[in-house]
Write a protein that binds this ligand. Structure first.
Ligand code: SF4
Length: 103
């Protein structure tokens, strides 16, 4: 089920913004906070559909999100990610990973 108001469930809600809005290689370390986040898919869709350029969202760095946007510039990422999750219910975080592979 898609969580419309996902921010209260964010694993990072008590983290400092400085922890997620870092630059370069530090983002790979920062995205560890996203592992197991119950709203990772919703967070990633928000970032991709709104082309948010900065920080770690949905367990992806800026560079990783840019690569997805280049591959499917007109995609509705909410739809892509929601479909990926629906097709394999019960699997936790990998919806973004599956979407990347099929993009
Ligand atoms: S996926 Fe990461 S950035 Fe997004 S809400 Fe969860 S912990 Fe925060």
């Amino acid at each position: 089920m898609w969580v419309e108001d996902w921010t209260p469930r964010a694993a990072c809600k008590s983290a400092s913004p400085d922890q997620l809005f870092v630059r370069g290689a530090e983002q790979n370390k920062a995205k560890q906070v996203c592992q197991g986040c119950p709203v990772r898919t919703e967070c990633l869709a928000e970032a991709l559909d709104n082309q948010i350029e900065w920080g770690v969202w949905g367990g992806m760095t800026e560079r990783e999100r840019r690569a997805l946007l280049r591959r499917r510039p007109n995609a509705s990422w909410r739809q892509v990610l929601e479909t990926a999750r629906t097709q394999t219910p019960g699997q936790q975080a990998p919806a973004p990973v599956r979407a990347i592979r099929s993009a």
